[in-house]
Design a protein around this ligand. Sequence first.
Ligand code: NAD
Length: 505
Amino acid sequence: MNEKKVLLTIFGATGDLAQRKLYPSLFRLYRKGVLADHFAVIGTARRPWSDEKYHQVITETIKDLEPTAAEEKEFSSHFYYQSHDVTDTSHYDTLKELSNKLDKKYQLEENRLFYLAMSPNFFGTIVSHLKSQKMLEVDGFHRVIIEKPFGSDYASAYKLNEEINQVFEEDDIYRIDHYLGKEMIQNLSAIRFANNIFESIWNNRYIDNVQINIAEDLGVEERGGYYDKSGALKDMVQNHILQILSLLAMEPPVAFSEKEIRAEKIKALEAVRIYSENEVRENFVRGQYTAGNIEDKNFEGYHSEANVASDSTTETFVAGKLLVDNFRWSGVPFYIRTGKRLTEKGSRINIIFKQVPFNLFKNDINAACDNGSLPPNILTIYIQPTEGFSLSLNGKEIGQGFTTVPIKLEQRNSSEIIENTPEAYEKLLLDALNGDGTNFTHWDEVAQSWRIVDVIRNTWDKEDASPLPYSAGTMGPKEAFELLEKSGSTWIWQPDDWYKDRGLL
Ligand code: NAD
């Protein structure tokens, strides 16, 4: 791969994200030769670390990648630490001096990439200082990568965007949604547009409903303070789930380019119905986990988690039905479900196709269905922890008579392949270095996603009711199942049944 010349400045260099994701991803890019002689990283944060201390931390964070001693030394020698309070103007002058020095030392052609890996409260302050202290007056590119959350509602996102737009052009802003860096999310377009058998039936004539699940088996862990202010709707639906929905629902782009894909995603999001308050009550369910156990392990309820208010009404689970009002999708529910402390971790999409128009086999004893109807064809896309897809079909059972049996065609990537595929952050960093914004979220997408989510949040905020309780280890409150049952559907992915059948739940 071509070497990239760049000075990367990370704000929040001592933080969890930088250590767990960014440094290992940078090392992988270094190993591939994308970063070689002409790169430097300035890490800034409040702690008074020395360069030596910083190098020790970098070395520690890449240990799992088993670098040689030479790689370790050479890679970490490109990292510089500067203690920095983002609100102190004079610190930007020191940062500028160091940047200019490193630019010369490594011949970086004045290419600058800024990574804001810290609390979004500071995003506006940082970018305005970058401008006022003339850190962007360079001959090379200057781009900024911004972590989620981008605002906490439409109004705050709009304000933040205005602040950033004063300094950076939209094309130079890379809003991270790390789901867009995942292999199978990027594969969605390949499944849809490289296979005529799917794209030709990708509409309301053939698809009954779509189900998007992002389930976590963990609770809030050490992120209770942040999560309690956010909740599942803002933490998962506004960004990851609506991004997945837009990739599933968009029209085929005329070219596989950033501009064309974005335009189609934005149109898809604009077609998502913005609900009235009554529609929100009818179509959305929120839940909060209580204590529970699975496989003899006991889990505390949300209220007992660290840094969570004991009377918190924050939802840790959301299930809902969204509608996409356009020619392709009219009448097809997009069911979404996400939550913490669910039975199993897994992100998967189920596309449920309509029944055949006339069941020739209904008089046969059907092994899979009690009422004699055929099971539907289902395309399942596994995003994580396993990656791949499967297609459920109906075939004939071997032997005499004519009994149909479900058949599953499956392609799952092996753990070895998964291990060797680039991590989401590695891919996204490389995209930003290449100036390719396809897998980042455009402001118009962010804005529309907030418009969709704000009415749901506002409706809940007006209610006295608390989220519905569900036991840790289950797949959410019973109302989340009833939501589909009232339209004659059911959740296809039911890991809880597997555990219940074995007496583990
Ligand atoms: P963190 O709390 O671990 O780190 C915050 C960093 O900001 C630290 O380096 C701290 O020193 C620095 N900082 C705080 N105040 C400062 C100031 N006034 N001046 C200079 N530096 C200051 O946070 P994190 O988990 O690394 O998250 C960073 C960002 O990434 C947040 O926007 C978060 O929402 C987002 N994010 C994190 C994760 C994750 O897995 N950690 C995942 C997705 C998104």
